[in-house]
Design a binder for this molecule. Sequence first.
Ligand code: NAG
Ligand code: NAG
Ligand code: NAG
Ligand code: NAG
Ligand code: NAG
Length: 595
Amino acid sequence: MSSRHPETCFKTETQQLHGVQEMFSGQTLTVLLIALSLQKWLFLFKGVCSSSGMYGYKALEGERFVMQCDSPYPTRLFDKSKSSEDILWFRHEGETKRNVPGEDVDSIMKLGNSLWFPKIAERHSGNYSCQNGERTIHFLVDVMQRNETGCRDYGDSEVTLVLKQGGSITCPGVTCYTSAQNTAIRWYKNDKSAVELMSFRDLTLRATQIILHTVYEKDSANFTCDHDHVDGITWTVRRTVRVTVIPPANVNLPYIVSPQCNQTEEVDLGKPHTLTCKVQSAVERNFNLSITWLVNYHDNQGLQLLEMNSPQQVERSILEQTINQSAQIQQVTQKHLGATFICWARNSKGNASVTVSLRRRPEAARLILVITGPIVMMLVITGLSVLVRLYWLEIYLLYRTYLPFTETTTVGKEYDAFVSCVSTSSSEEEDNTLTGEELGLYHLPKVLEQQCGYRLCLLQRDLVPGGAYTEDVLWSIQRSRRVICVLSACYLRSDSLFELETSLKALREDRQLRLILIWGSSPPARLDSLPPTVRRALRVLPAIRWSSGEAARSDSRFWKSLKMAMPVAPLQPHSVRTESCLEGGESPASRFDIS
Ligand SMILES: *[C@@H]1O[C@H](CO)[C@@H](O)[C@H](O)[C@H]1NC(C)=O
Ligand SMILES: *[C@@H]1O[C@H](CO)[C@@H](O)[C@H](O)[C@H]1NC(C)=O
Ligand SMILES: *[C@@H]1O[C@H](CO)[C@@H](O)[C@H](O)[C@H]1NC(C)=O
Ligand SMILES: *[C@@H]1O[C@H](CO)[C@@H](O)[C@H](O)[C@H]1NC(C)=O
Ligand SMILES: *[C@@H]1O[C@H](CO)[C@@H](O)[C@H](O)[C@H]1NC(C)=O
């Protein structure tokens, strides 16, 4: 154990030398210093290292005192990072030794590798030892009382520095032990050696002082200064100065961050509203920033205080603070809409204020509806009407084809179906061996009339020669429940097309009438040459397809489809019935609006 001492002492002296060198720049002083230090080193080596591992501390009553389980000369004052469990502290009284802190937990604490006395008292004077593994170190602690006659001025343990300005910290009470001007002082800021701090801070160590060229916020700390005093053994006189950094006195007016000047806030009538004022101001030691919300209802009562919540601290540094002060309006009424609200902030320099007024918030949803509703409606209506205009015929035809009509009335009807087919078709144009003419004039009557009992109107069969063709067609269609058009390319080129056109027009007049289209060959791809009404009708209307084979068999799919499209029940034989399709009645042509 003793072999470690010279090494420890040497290291410490080098540091001291380093620290001292920083203090003086003059060369003469350096020489003096080296001599001084050398003398001291020798002394220490003799006084401490040669002793049986015993260090002495002098502390001042009422101050914070800390000693670590190490010699008094390391680079750190204490080391919180070490585990306090590994180190045992004892207090010796005669032959007995007891654990510390033991019962005295209120005034002694173990922290890291050190023993703390937050407020050391005379009763703490005595012999201590610490045991760190194999190593045991003894300490003698002497607590001095302020009113002791030995020293008239123990100096101040509290120093207040002003932020951003220069300042100095003096190691107090040094003159009680030495009159020498150049006593070597070892400084610590909290746990760190000031020598260490010097390398990255613009501070100077001068005699018994630390000179800070600029005071920073983090200089609010505990500065500990050690110096040696030889009295039998070498005592380390340890004092702690508590430094408080305060902001400079030149305070500006409070600055209201928000709301902006003369702001208008949107509110909902009947709902609560919170007014918030965010104020930035200097931190003042003797003056509290006050923020108030006032209201002026413009009703002779002047300014009134609003009910306020407790202020919320948003930010605080040593220099500046930002505070939110809010006031709650429980229910916004018409009275509030006309009032002027004032946020008023005051510090020692003066006051600042902003005014806020309230405005009724337009109901967003209603606003959107009011603006966009009609536009959307107009677009929809326009779109629909455009569609209807473009496709009215198709819509109408499909509606007529697919919506079922109860065929209760047969008033004015004499035929179940009017058959429209080409009267003369050249067989070269037809793919089928069976022509449309044959189907219309032969097969339809055979099946529908003879087998099913329907009454058909065939112009070719029932026409009385000499009548006007157009009038005959109109009249026949009006008296029929269905119009069967046997279509083919030839049909579309022939005069029979007029019958299809007339049927389409008749559909509009006659709710009972339905159109049945029958295609023999496939419909021609190009319908361009046809009248528009016919072209559009052919595109949308369903048609029944037939082939000659199907026409021949009365149980084929073609006939089934055709019978489905026919009225459910054939017309009952009329008591007074005209035998001809074309008998009687005046021309109904005027009833059709052929446009
Ligand atoms: C402290 O210890 C030293 C040496 O070990 C001894 O001389 C002294 O009497 C002790 N003092 C007290 C108060 O125990
Ligand atoms: C300085 O010491 C006091 C007790 O004297 C303590 O309350 C304070 O927290 C210490 N400050 C720092 C920065 O350690
Ligand atoms: C705020 O309003 C007051 C009157 O209500 C007016 O005199 C003042 O100029 C306004 N301030 C700003 C910054 O608009
Ligand atoms: C302070 O008020 C502002 C608005 O004025 C708000 O954005 C912010 O969240 C508030 N902060 C606190 C801590 O209340
Ligand atoms: C606020 O400050 C102005 C001067 O800046 C002063 O005239 C006024 O009286 C002050 N208001 C109050 C209520 O102190």
